[in-house]
Design a binder for this molecule. Structure first.
Ligand code: 3JN
Length: 333
């Protein structure tokens, strides 16, 4: 089968290339697309150099079965018709189409079959924080319908792209050398700091990132009655997002029930042994595929349940989930 990666030079694009390099999909021909700036550069795939083509309105996607697109919402909106013109299925990593009724929003462990009904040939990959949360919420939702979710996220620099990761590293270098750190990618210095803002603020004083978690969770889980209140925070971690999650369902969920559900849930690894100080941390999780869950405990303030979930934002939060959507379609159509 023939594939394209759009935004191949970005942090997610390069991670998609890595996932494909590992043999995740039956790649016949692979084409790479990028902006005018990255066009002409080459990337190596299976020992072969592939040149990045500039994405233009004249780009011809005929013969491409699936395009994995990660170049931001503006590019996705502008070029969706070019990419899908000849029947190519576009798996889009941006927020451009996520809430459109005729575009499925898919996390294969939760609602894979939604990917089989994509009338516009566009399938949306959810926001990274939502992906890892719903993978962990879904097994609990099978025990009793979840009604309220409170989450605080601890999001790595990787979520803001390769340049943001480089900025965090440079800030540490500059501070150690006695130089003033340069701030470009975030609203404040990230090194030795945490920033309680991801994306812009909306009218209700939640940020757009927080509202993505609210809306996308309902759509993926097919339940309009799950209300998510999120506080999204950037932390000086290079890769892998962490989330402190509190849930309340129609019925109480015991810790034993929750642990058993997590232990058998697809895509989840339960790493929870506080006596041995075992809990997931981003340094250990970076570069891996699953959503790791730990610190499962009963809520002492009511009938809820609290836990901690960590996943690599570039893999399950972006590249891997997109590839798994394609795998699901190939296996089921
Ligand atoms: O900052 C993060 O950790 C995740 C960022 C996601 C993001 C950043 C810029 C634009 C998105 C997204 O995936 O929702 C978008 C967007 O597509 O709107």
């Amino acid at each position: 089968m023939n594939f394209a990666i759009v935004g191949a030079g970005g942090a997610v694009g390069r991670e998609i290339l890595k996932v494909l390099e590992g043999g995740a999909l039956p790649v016949g021909n692979l084409r790479l697309f990028g902006s005018a700036r990255s066009a002409g550069r080459t990337l190596t795939f299976q020992g072969k150099e592939i040149e990045i083509e500039e994405l233009t309105h004249e780009s011809d996607f005929s013969g491409v079965d699936f395009a994995l697109v990660s170049a931001g919402a503006i590019v996705s909106r502008e070029f969706a018709s070019v990419i899908t013109a000849h029947g190519t299925v576009m798996v889009d990593n941006s927020s451009a189409f996520r809430m459109d009724e005729d575009v499925p929003l898919v996390v294969p462990e939760v609602n894979g079959s939604d990917a089989l009904n994509a009338p516009r040939n566009i399938i949306a990959n959810p926001n990274c924080t939502t992906i890892q949360m719903v993978v962990a919420l879904n097994p609990l939702h099978q025990i009793t319908p979840l009604r309220r979710v409170h989450v605080a996220t601890y999001q790595a620099a990787s979520g803001a792209g390769a340049a943001a990761m480089a900025e965090l590293e440079q800030q540490h270098t500059d501070i150690v050398a006695g130089r003033a750190p340069v701030v470009n990618r975030f609203s404040a210095q990230l090194a030795y700091n945490v920033i309680p803002q991801i994306d812009v603020f909306t009218d209700n004083d939640y940020t757009r990132e927080e509202m993505k978690m609210y809306h996308e969770t309902k759509k993926i889980m097919h339940d309009d009655n799950i209300a998510v209140s999120a506080t999204c925070v950037r932390v000086p971690v290079m890769r892998a997002h962490s989330e402190a999650i509190w849930v309340e369902g129609e019925e109480a969920i015991t810790v034993e029930q929750a642990r058993a559900a997590f232990a058998s849930a697809p895509g989840v690894v339960l790493a929870d042994d506080v006596a041995a100080q075992v809990y997931p941390m981003p340094l250990d999780v970076a570069g891996t595929d699953p959503v790791f869950v730990g610190r499962v405990r009963a809520d002492i303030s009511g009938k809820g349940l609290s836990f901690w979930a960590v996943a690599d934002q570039l893999r399950k939060g972006a590249a891997l989930n997109a590839v798994q959507i394609v795998q699901y379609i190939i296996a089921h159509r």
